[in-house]
Design a protein around this ligand. Structure first.
Ligand code: SF4
Ligand code: MG
Length: 332
């Protein structure tokens, strides 16, 4: 499989003055393959939005690299950069805040085409707007209306049409359904899935809720306090979560089948989410981890492939620390 996007040890630190730094994202690495949906999940403040914004270039990275289609984004020439900004588009959580209230839907969707001189002929561009509206389940009569005239779900469709205007290959969706009514969420997810098939899109799908990313993602990365703690295929994450944080997140999701008795023990995490300004030493999860050992305060856990294509950063899976009959075998 071919990686469309490679993220290597990517960091984003925000200096706060007083010699303080907010380490919003502190060294994350993953590949996203062409045509797949890669989910990033984590609670608010874990750095998942920062990851999306840094990859697309809304933030300058503090370290690491982003490789797109084999090119290091930082070393691209202006023409390559321009095409990168065409090829990668973003859908935002709050479709209302991201749409200019004073612009008509036609203007909102046309604008990126004007900036990129795509469909420079006015009539062609208008036809293109109509086509995009139809692609997202709206119609040409909506073109001369304003964002406030639409429901939340419809506004998100307008946001999606705008993101599609430049024929992108890659879309970063930052909590695209979190602000929508539950009844509308599935419709938008289905729309995104259909568009992916029709247009051969690759998605980075960011969410705070594991049940939400599950429906759409092929693989999922779990983030906690600026780090990815686990990464694997959706199915194996649900069947066989390895990191204690993932196990806790999953234990909070109800089993969807009402005939199946939920016998699982709910894992309640102790303590509060630490501040990314002053993260814990060693493993960032150790202040809340039910299995924390002495070593967890001293050493940062290595990112290892514990099973095929299943990565985790946790000392429980480090035999040198726990021994062959250590915590790992007791858990199994
Ligand atoms: Fe818990 Fe230690 Fe694993 Fe961190 S490294 S998740 S503290 S057991
Ligand atoms: Mg966010």
């Amino acid at each position: 499989k071919e990686a469309l996007l490679e993220v290597n040890d990517l960091k984003k630190h925000f200096p706060l003055g007083k010699n303080e730094t907010l380490k919003a994202m502190d060294g994350i690495s993953f590949h996203i393959y062409k045509g797949e949906t890669f989910g990033i999940v984590g609670e608010s403040g874990c750095g998942k939005s920062t990851a999306g914004r840094t990859i697309i270039g809304l933030y300058d990275q503090s370290g690491g690299e982003v490789i797109y289609n084999g090119l290091n984004v930082h070393e691209m020439n202006p023409k390559e950069k321009f095409d990168y900004h065409r090829s990668m588009q973003m859908i935002f959580q709050d479709p209302y805040a991201s749409l200019n209230p004073r612009s008509t839907v036609r203007e909102i969707i046309s604008e990126p085409m004007e900036v990129h001189r795509l469909y420079p002929n006015k009539q062609e561009r208008l036809e293109r707007v109509y086509q995009l509206l139809e692609d997202v389940g709206l119609n040409r009569d909506h073109a001369n209306r304003y964002p406030h005239e639409f429901s939340g779900g419809q506004r998100q469709r307008i946001g999606i049409a705008r993101a599609l205007a430049l024929n992108p290959d890659f879309i970063i969706a930052d909590e695209p359904i979190s602000a929508l009514d539950v009844s509308v969420q599935a419709q938008v997810v289905n729309l995104l899935k259909r568009l992916q098939k029709e247009k051969g899109l690759t998605y980075l799908f960011i969410a705070h809720d594991l049940s939400m990313v599950k429906q759409i993602s092929d693989r999922i990365a779990v983030m906690y306090l600026g780090h990815i703690v686990e990464l694997t295929a959706s199915k194996s994450l649900y069947k066989n979560p390895l990191h204690p944080y993932t196990q806790a997140l999953l234990s909070a999701i109800p089993i969807p089948d009402p005939d199946v008795e939920d016998r699982r023990e709910r894992i309640i995490l102790k303590g509060e989410l630490p501040s990314p300004i002053n993260p814990p030493s060693g493993c960032v999860f150790r202040t809340r981890c039910p299995y924390a050992m002495e070593a967890c305060a001293i050493y940062k856990p290595k990112w290892q492939e514990v099973e095929e294509s299943h990565f985790v950063a946790c000392h429980l899976y480090n035999k040198k620390l726990t021994g062959d009959h250590g915590v790992l075998s007791r858990l199994a």
